[in-house]
Design a protein around this ligand. Structure first.
Ligand code: FCB
Length: 461
């Protein structure tokens, strides 16, 4: 069998990603306040396997071993998130020094190991006390976020050179406030739209704060984006394409890149009664300019495409989810996501040509497969290895087309608490035994280590 070696650019950033609530545990230790995910997971019926992130991967206590593991894998960068209620237990006001110290030690440990820290400021664990005041539906939460960004960047800004403000505002909007499967568990479309605006606004307000406190650092936001792919039939899908591209992608990309909210989507929401007849009443003068603050990179999280099916009724409340899980004719991960590597190339090209971010990082990409240790303790996760290889090959094609792709972060460094699915879904390139907290690099992790060492890989031809 012939094979082709796919070489990546010399300074390509090979990384892995996690988030605070999914790995840290120590939910009420070290002065940390309660987050909306603590509250949500502690509410019976919210999490499929009844679990919580109380202990998770115990990373709060094991971070130093985890950094050693990253070094062993040869990672060049690590994307983690800062837990807002660890820094500000009540969301604003009194700072918890122990929380700042934790992340400060982590950043130092990473730098000592030659690993570039890529902190994300908001990966969904809002302080519960801010939720009690209305959460992201309230404009004051965006103000509190700018304050929080100021505190974190004043302490870490001398060492951190890459900041990500938010992770996936789409998910917070839709899962958290429209269909209620994530914290805070609301099901209210008008609120969800307001939330999306305040998330973007808080990003826009944080950018100049980060620039001031962390001179020379690169700043971006991580969006989950979806390529839209025609299903078995192309007939009649054009209006569906416009609509879902608007909901999933343009609603966030357009305002971030100075194009305001897409007028067609605003009109849809007015027609559906999600917005009043006069439209975006929560947008105040100056907001759109703030949201469009220039950034240095766009973070793209890619998992699966949206398959367009004209037969799905446009007005169905659950339509996005129906579209995400399109039927038996494709290959799926354990979480039911369709495997579609070419979607990554399509997405990167589209974002590059249409919005022209100066740089793009794939801030998340990965797959849930449950393969565990065999009798010899080896984790042979061939499907994940193939998933990562095929997606990296797709990313490589995008680079060849001129896309300024600067790095790739696999989701995830290790198995962890997968939100409303609990521990049943495993995304790690490292296996975690939750009983003993032992970590075992899976075959995919060992393969990734080799990819990093060789700055590329041979694609079986
Ligand atoms: C993304 C989230 C990440 C993880 C993956 C599987 O939407 O950003 O925390 O749960 O999905």
């Amino acid at each position: 069998m012939s094979s082709q070696f796919l070489a990546f650019p010399d300074d390509f950033v090979w990384g892995a990603a996690t988030s605070a609530y999914q790995i840290e545990g120590a939910w009420d230790e070290g002065g940390k306040g309660e987050s909306i995910w603590d509250r949500f997971a502690h509410t019976p019926g919210s999490i499929l396997d009844g679990s919580t992130g109380d202990v998770a991967c115990d990373h709060y206590h094991r971070w130093s071993g985890d950094v050693a593991l990253m070094k062993e894998l040869g990672l060049k960068a690590y994307r983690f998130s800062v837990s807002w209620p660890r820094i500000l237990p009540s969301g604003r006001g009194k700072v918890n020094q122990a929380g700042l110290d934790f992340y400060s030690r982590l950043v130092d440990g990473l730098l000592e190991a030659g690993i570039e820290p890529f902190p994300t400021l908001y990966h969904w664990d809002l302080p519960q006390s801010l939720q009690n005041e209305g959460g992201w539906a309230s404009r004051s939460t965006a103000e509190a976020f700018a304050e929080y960004a100021d505190i974190v960047s004043r302490h870490l800004g001398d060492r951190v050179k890459h900041w990500i403000t938010h992770n996936e505002p789409w998910t917070v909007t839709v899962m958290g406030h429209q269909n209620g499967s994530h914290a805070p568990g609301l099901r209210d479309y008008p609120t969800a739209l307001k939330v999306s605006h305040h998330l973007l606004l808080s990003h826009g307000w944080a950018v100049p704060v980060l620039r001031r406190n962390s001179p020379g650092a690169e700043i971006g936001i991580a969006l989950v984006l979806f390529p839209l792919v025609p299903g078995p039939s192309n007939t009649g899908v054009l209006p569906v394409f416009r609509k879902f591209d608007g909901y999933f992608n343009r609603w966030f990309l357009d305002p971030l890149y100075g194009r305001r909210y897409p007028a067609d989507v605003v009109a849809d929401h007015i027609e559906a009664g999600h917005l009043p007849p006069d439209g975006l009443t929560f947008v105040e003068p100056g907001d759109l300019e703030a949201i469009a603050a220039p950034t240095d990179f766009l973070g793209v999280n890619y998992y699966c495409p949206v398959i367009l099916r004209s037969e799905v009724p446009l007005e169905s409340e659950n339509e996005p989810l129906i579209l995400l899980y399109p039927g038996p004719e494709y290959e799926y991960t354990n979480m039911g996501m369709m495997v579609y590597p070419d979607g990554l190339r399509q997405l990167l090209n589209r974002v590059h040509f249409e919005y022209q971010p100066g740089k793009i990082y794939i801030t998340e990409n990965g797959a849930s497969y449950s393969d565990g240790p065999d009798r010899d303790g080896r984790v042979q996760d061939q499907r994940r290895l193939k998933f990562l290889r095929d997606h990296l090959a797709s990313a490589h094609r995008a680079i060849e087309c001129g896309v300024p792709l600067a790095g790739y972060f696999v989701w995830s460094l290790m198995d962890n608490f997968e939100w409303n699915f609990g521990y049943a879904q495993r995304f790690g390139i490292v296996w975690v035994d939750y009983g003993t907290q032992q970590r075992i690099p899976k075959d995919s992790g060992l393969w990734y280590k080799q990819v990093i060492a060789e700055n590329g890989f041979a694609m079986p031809g």
